[in-house]
Design a protein around this ligand. Structure first.
Ligand code: HEC
Ligand code: HEC
Ligand code: HEC
Ligand code: HEC
Length: 371
């Protein structure tokens, strides 16, 4: 390959299982494209360090980072820097992450990370890498505002590629002795920089920049398109398989859930107790975790997920949260003979099972939601 191909981080998707599934496909494709270095973005830890390492091994991804450590072992989680030789020039590829960016992982046992100061890290590292390389490339996952201050503080960076930015640099830009590049987020653009590099010193002598929008105007590569189409099919299958694990087999097609508001007018006291309970915010809880489309969470954090005519995203009646009918049953079966009360008492343990509610005790829990 005559060129150096780099990415400054945030390759991975948002924190949800569907996006994790897509991220694996993205990693596979990225691996096939043959990048030389990928800087670490905070999003690349969204699915935990284990998943990142699995992707690195499986798809040969050249991730690098010089300032993120495992809090327990105090060891760097990725290779500190990379050296790549191209056309007789040795490039030292370094990446740092902005400590202001929060690393939040989806894994339950959240490993803690520490992020060291980028300037201090680079002041120590750049001279060390310089001994092995002609040209220093910084993949700074520092965003638009923090890249320039770092470049100004640290001498000896020849090329800077900005990560975590929403702005592309369309024309050439040189700050002190550093050539600056940026192509904005989500892989929507690809940036090209033709550099004339002095063999002896590795110094960038002249630059020509181009940023291309990867929009519909650009023809798709047929082979890539076929792989993307194939993947989309497999994503649908994956989602259907997840839903199939929670089949909608209970209840009856003849009955319907009427929704919490239909009970409000006649049961004022019950309503008051219900609106102040955590059952009323159960859906927000899973949404905050980025899991509001996951069957394995919806089954307990909505009303009637596994019942005919129960919760679905497209339903006319909003059945988010653990509503009255999640415990009492279909509103269309409303009874006044004590049956409904008894039924509700038995409902708790369907959701308050050992795994999700280990401290459940009917008397103490009922006390908190009694009506
Ligand atoms: C359809 C599933 C479901 C049923 C049935 C259900 N719960 Fe819950 N319950 C939940 C969920 C989910 C939460 C967590 C809500 C949140 O904070 O997001 C919860 C939370 C609670 C809480 C608050 C826990 C706390 O730490 O304060 C109490 C109390 C409670 N439930 C009592 C009951 C009782 C008593 C019953 C039976 C009469 C019952 N629940 C039936 C799903 C259910
Ligand atoms: C079998 C039923 C069940 C399933 C499945 C379930 N939950 Fe829950 N969840 C509960 C119950 C019940 C509680 C309340 C526990 C308690 O306080 O005793 C709860 C509580 C929670 C809480 C704590 C709420 C708070 O206010 O602190 C979170 C967060 C949560 N669930 C997220 C999830 C996510 C994410 C999933 C899917 C991966 C999920 N739950 C799947 C029943 C379930
Ligand atoms: C978490 C489960 C749960 C939810 C949600 C819930 N209930 Fe109940 N409800 C019960 C249980 C259990 C009883 C029976 C308590 C007892 O008598 O020991 C009950 C009792 C009642 C009673 C009979 C009270 C009496 O003393 O005769 C009414 C009426 C009622 N609920 C209406 C509602 C309405 C309306 C809503 C929604 C605004 C609602 N419930 C939400 C579990 C629930
Ligand atoms: C038109 C008024 C009305 C509406 C709407 C209504 N109820 Fe009732 N409900 C009553 C009356 C009246 C009783 C019997 C007296 C009582 O126990 O309060 C009753 C009784 C109940 C009981 C006790 C049942 C038993 O087995 O003894 C529950 C539980 C209950 N309602 C829940 C609900 C729920 C849940 C909804 C919404 C889906 C609802 N009700 C909507 C009027 C209504």
């Amino acid at each position: 390959m005559p060129f150096l191909m780099v990415d400054a981080g945030d390759l991975f998707g948002r924190r949800s299982k569907d996006e994790r599934h897509q991220t694996e496909f993205l990693c596979q494709m990225t691996g096939d494209l043959g990048y030389d270095a990928i800087g670490l973005g905070e999003r690349d830890l969204n699915y935990g360090l284990g998943f990142l390492q699995e992707m690195i091994t499986k798809y040969d991804l050249p991730f690098t980072n010089a300032n993120v450590r495992d809090a327990k072992t105090e060891k760097l989680i990725l290779p500190e820097y990379l050296i790549v030789e191209r056309n007789g020039v040795k490039y030292g590829l370094i990446s740092v992450l902005d400590p202001a960016l929060k690393i939040i992982t989806m894994t339950a046992d959240e490993a803690d990370f520490t992020i060291a100061d980028p300037v201090a890290t680079l002041r120590d590292l750049v001279p060390r890498v310089r001994r092995e390389a002609d040209c220093i490339v910084l993949l700074g996952h520092l965003g638009e505002n923090n890249t320039e201050p770092v470049i100004k503080e640290v001498k000896g960076i020849d090329i800077s590629v900005t990560g975590h930015t929403y702005r592309s640099l369309q024309t050439e830009r040189v700050l002190d002795d550093t050539a600056m590049f940026a192509a904005t987020h989500e892989g929507r653009y690809i940036g090209r920089g033709n550099l004339f590099i002095e063999d002896e010193t590795g110094r960038v002598m002249a630059i020509d920049v181009g940023v291309t929008s990867l929009d519909d105007a650009l023809p798709s590569d047929p082979e890539m398109q076929a792989r993307v189409d194939g993947y989309k099919k497999s994503l649908v299958e994956y989602q259907e398989a997840k839903r199939a694990a929670y089949p909608r087999t209970m209840g009856s097609e003849k009955e319907t859930f009427l929704g919490e508001r239909s009970c409000m007018s006649c049961h004022d006291d019950a309503w008051k107790s219900y609106v102040s309970s955590e059952h009323r915010t159960a859906f927000a809880t899973i949404r905050n975790k980025g899991q509001s489309t996951e069957p394995e969470c919806l089954s307990c954090h909505t009303t009637g997920y596994m019942y005919k005519n129960g919760f679905s995203e497209s339903a006319k009646i909003n059945l988010q949260n653990v509503q009255c009918e999640a415990c009492h049953g279909y509103g269309t079966e409303h009874a006044r003979d004590g049956k409904w009360v008894a039924q509700a008492k038995d409902s708790c343990v369907v959701c308050h099972d050992k795994e999700n509610s280990p401290d459940f005790d009917y008397a103490t829990y009922w006390e908190k939601i009694k009506h």
